[in-house]
Write a protein that binds this ligand. Structure first.
Ligand SMILES: *Cc1c(COP(=O)(O)O)cnc(C)c1O
Length: 386
């Protein structure tokens, strides 16, 4: 007899565990392994943000439980950020909720919206949490293919009539992990219309909303007409402000859904440490110059890698945002086969595209999470691949 539930037992094995095992083994043999598999920034959080954390941590009043839905000042800062960045007005009382990172919010939202057996449309390739969280909620996930020839926007026609009719919820993620795809507002406007027509709740995961290059500004799904009736959006400070370990994010949009998520969460957690919320407020109310500086660093890395990959004959498109390059594997290889070769021959970890869904087959995801000097080393090694 096992104590473990069927749902947990039937979860797919953790994406990176096999590569991490090989990495340890190679490092034990003296190989300098460069890990471009981890989807997290290597840069530090801005100084003014951690100074704020320290200052707020000194106040004993801040050691108490937060209000369940997050401190009012945090929710006001999120609303002010949406007004300034997207010209979207939000009611901080009812349309904004603090999260302990957006991953938590995504998993709990599915529980708050879908009944067991309900269908959830997820992007393929996409962030693996959508699929596993649907599974844990007893739902059925239906992948909508994203294709390079279509700019990685959802191909709704590929879904059957029944799939669309049965769908309760649909996830989008722009700027996208793993494909690094970005969109114009039109894509969100069409998605909201699709959601409205088919009575589906639309969710955009905007974890990389501020991680963009040059003049490109990523839109919010809430800028689309009628969006608040049919959509919510997840925001995170993890990638834009290099705050992955801080665990702070937010959900915004449709009042009924935000409040359902708040009710569910109030039975599970008691929100985030108040000083973390206060520090995140300072980040959201800042002039975003720290984010822009980061983006310049990622852009230089991206351009270096993009140029080198094209020279080597590995096809990639030049992304307008995110911390990833999504590259086609050379002819004759599977994603996993090529990722294995790159690890074994070059000592470089990349993520096979099929780890993000069947439609990711034929690609690898390379994270821009090392310095330019280390990238030079990566490029040198890739050029020597047989
Ligand atoms: C990193 C990531 C998240 C999770 O971010 P947290 O706020 O740190 O939980 C969510 N979605 C995507 C697509 C991500 O890449």
């Amino acid at each position: 007899m096992s104590f473990v539930s069927d749902r947990v037992k039937s979860l797919p094995p953790y994406l990176f565990s096999e590569f991490q095992r090989k990495k340890k083994e190679m490092e034990a043999n003296g190989v300098d392994v460069i890990d471009l598999g981890i989807g997290a920034p290597d840069l530090p959080a801005p100084e003014f943000v951690y100074e704020k954390l320290v200052e707020e941590a000194k106040s004993p009043l801040n050691h108490r439980y937060s209000i369940y839905s997050g401190m009012p000042s945090f929710r006001e800062a999120v609303a002010a950020f949406y007004k300034k960045q997207y010209d979207v007005a939000l009611d901080p009382e009812t349309e904004v909720l603090a999260l302990i990172g957006s991953k938590e919010g995504i998993a709990n939202l599915i529980q708050a919206v879908a009944n067991p057996g309900d269908t959830v449309i997820i992007p393929d390739p996409g962030y693996p949490v959508y699929r596993t969280a649907v599974h844990l909620a007893g739902g059925v996930s239906v992948p909508v293919p994203l294709d390079v020839n279509n700019g990685y926007i959802p191909i709704y026609d590929s879904l059957s009539k029944e799939e669309v009719q049965q769908a309760k919820l649909m996830f989008l993620n722009y700027p996208s992990n793993p494909t690094a795809a970005t969109v114009e507002l039109e894509t969100f406007t069409e998605a909201v219309s699709f959601a409205e027509k088919n009575n589906i709740l639309l969710v955009n995961d905007a974890a990389y909303d501020l991680v963009t290059f040059d003049d490109y500004v990523s839109p919010s799904v809430l800028q689309a007409p009628n969006a608040k009736k049919h959509a919510v959006e997840f925001g995170s400070l993890s990638k834009s402000f290099n705050m992955t370990g801080w665990r702070i994010g937010f959900a915004v949009g449709n009042k009924e859904v935000i409040q359902a998520l708040a009710t569910l969460k109030s039975n599970i957690d008691t929100s985030q440490f108040i000083p973390v919320q206060k520090a995140a407020e300072a980040a959201l109310r800042s002039d975003l110059s720290a984010v822009k500086e980061n983006n310049r660093i990622y852009k230089r890395r991206m351009e270096k890698l993009h140029t080198a990959l094209n020279e080597i004959g590995i096809k990639t498109e030049k992304p307008r945002g995110t911390i990833f390059v999504w590259a086609e594997v050379p002819d004759g290889y599977t994603s996993a086969g090529f990722a294995d070769k790159v690890l074994e021959e070059a000592g470089v970890i990349v993520t096979p595209g099929n780890a993000f869904g069947d439609n990711g087959e034929g690609f690898i995801r390379i994270a821009l999470s090392v310095t330019e000097e280390r990238l030079d080393e990566v490029i040198g090694r890739l050029k020597k691949l047989s």
